[in-house]
Design a protein around this ligand. Structure first.
Ligand SMILES: NC(=O)c1ccc[n+]([C@@H]2O[C@H](COP(=O)([O-])OP(=O)(O)OC[C@H]3O[C@@H](n4cnc5c(N)ncnc54)[C@H](OP(=O)(O)O)[C@@H]3O)[C@@H](O)[C@H]2O)c1
Length: 332
């Protein structure tokens, strides 16, 4: 079979290539998948760069955490799945950018028939993150403001639609002025551009001097620091990415640290999925909640350009192109 692989961390365009490998055999508790579509997500590229702590270092390594696939072979003793079934699969080591992959059955979930492949390919990472952050971890009440950065990302757009659906007002930060109108059309209440001035000053002009009670940031760096400065004295912020590759500073301003009880919390889906019961959820319930919202267009992925395995370098370049439209998909 053909598979994308790399044998050292580095820039994805420099280290990714396609190799011929034997079709893998599933062991006990595992299933072999024939991959249909796999998205290129920021976490895939973080892993290739060696910046993703969720996977132990192993080389040569595959890439690609999510996919919609067909069950091709069951390992010894595996029950509850059938050959030929269409499933969503999380590949914990990366490796879904390949014709076949072997993954633990615990990370394979049948997809409802009416959810098309383009939606099922990105079924878990972004939709589950949107639901868990907004509804269950921050638990933003209807009527209040939710501040978010990288609002034009696939996940940011889902958050805008989910917030609108739940009666939450969104205050969205983008880096490109061209994105403002697009996000307003999507249902964003307010959109500000990070280059128009410090985010906290822009936010207070809109929501008032008290600041916001809830914020989400995957950008970090100066943007994340300004988001922390936008919080009200009881404000809570989830940091869920580092698109700048930089840290954020919360202690530099004594006016923020010697008053109130602002909270900065890291959000990682990989932490929460095995702990759903702490949020009063089950995996079956979460899948039902996601499916309903995908069908309603609220948590819909917008499919972008498609690339074959041999075109993986073009795919990863397109995935990080400024102003890219839709989620890039690998079609093995
Ligand atoms: N913690 C978790 O469990 C978890 C789960 C899912 C996703 N995430 C994170 O969520 C974020 C969005 O994911 P996605 O799949 O929606 O990504 P995506 O569709 O690829 O979108 C990336 C977005 O980030 C913006 N961006 C890129 N670099 C930036 C920078 N240096 N400063 C400001 N904005 C920047 C881009 O802006 P332009 O539109 O201007 O190009 C684009 O809108 C990623 O950081 C991802 O790692 C985290």
């Amino acid at each position: 079979m053909k598979a994308v692989s790399f044998d050292r961390y580095g820039e994805p365009r420099d280290v990714l290539g396609v190799t011929d490998l034997p079709v893998p055999e599933p062991g006990p508790g595992q299933v072999r998948l024939r991959i249909r579509l796999s998205p290129v997500n920021p976490s895939d590229l973080l892993y290739v760069r060696g910046h993703y702590s969720g996977v132990e270092e192993h080389f040569p390594s595959g890439a690609g955490f999510e996919s919609v696939s067909i069950v091709d072979k069951l390992g010894p003793g595996v029950e509850g799945l059938t050959v030929g079934q269409r499933v969503f699969a999380h590949n914990p080591d990366g490796g879904n950018w390949a014709q076949y992959a072997v993954v633990p059955t615990l990370l394979v979930w049948p997809v409802p028939d009416d959810i098309p492949d383009e939606q099922a390919a990105g079924f878990m990472i972004n939709p589950a993150t949107a639901i868990l952050m907004v509804r269950h971890v921050l638990a933003v009440p209807a009527g209040s403001w939710l501040l978010q950065t990288a609002a034009g990302s696939e996940l940011g757009r889902m958050i805008i639609r989910l917030a609108r659906h739940d009666g939450i007002r969104t205050l969205n930060v983008v880096r490109r002025p061209e994105a403002v109108g697009e996000l307003k059309n999507l249902g964003a209440d307010e959109v500000i551009v990070s280059t128009d001035g410090p985010i906290d000053e822009q936010v207070r002009k809109i929501v008032g001097e008290a600041g916001v009670d809830h914020a989400l940031d995957p950008v970090a760096g100066p943007t994340g620091t300004e988001v922390f400065r936008s919080l009200s004295e009881n404000g809570r912020m989830l940091l869920y990415g580092s698109l700048t590759g930089q840290g954020i500073s919360v202690g530099a301003d004594p006016r923020l640290t010697l008053s109130g009880r602002r909270t900065l919390e890291v959000f990682w889906l990989g932490y929460w999925l095995p702990r759903l019961s702490q949020l009063g959820l089950t995996m079956a319930g979460l899948i039902e909640e996601m499916s309903t919202l995908i069908r309603a267009g609220v948590l819909e992925n917008s499919p972008g350009e498609r690339f074959g395995l041999e075109e993986v370098v073009a795919a990863v370049v397109e995935a990080e192109a400024v102003g890219r439209k839709g989620k890039v998909l690998i079609v093995p």
